[in-house]
Ligand binder design. Structure first.
Ligand code: HEC
Length: 107
């Protein structure tokens, strides 16, 4: 009886934690979209002043070759016409990484 009960409890805990993981990544994605829509989009949607365009794999490829660390630094410090932090002042390095991945992939 106890064994069966333990199995059931363990199983439902597993299901619950899977659900939590799903909710968490959904929330994180939502934050990335919101931040993109408030800041990066201003230039990266249409490619203002030579900004690599959202979802344009060819424009992003040479940028990605620099490595994620270098790209995050470019955003943090600004690069030519891109202002420091890409105007997202509450963004962390992790957020920039997520935003870059989102823009480079276009999804
Ligand atoms: C005011 C316009 C503007 C905004 C806002 C902006 N960018 Fe940019 N971004 C640019 C321009 C212009 C370039 C191209 C700079 C160059 O290579 O001369 C660029 C280039 C980049 C690059 C490539 C850097 C490199 O080293 O090649 C990344 C990564 C990037 N932006 C990320 C972001 C992110 C993330 C955001 C939002 C948090 C953002 N940008 C917001 C204008 C902008």
């Amino acid at each position: 009886m106890i064994k069966v009960l333990t199995k059931t409890v363990v199983r439902s805990l597993c299901v619950m934690s899977l659900a939590l993981v799903a909710v968490n990544s959904y929330a994180a994605d939502q934050i990335v979209y919101d931040r993109y829509n408030k800041t990066c989009i201003l230039c990266h949607a249409s490619g203002v002043a030579g900004a690599p365009q959202f979802g344009d794999v060819d424009q992003w490829a040479p940028r990605l070759e620099k490595g994620m660390g270098a790209l995050v630094t470019s955003v943090d410090e600004g690069l030519n016409s891109m202002p420091p932090k890409g105007m997202c002042f509450e963004c962390s390095a992790e957020d920039f990484k997520a935003l870059i991945e989102y823009m480079a992939a276009g999804e």
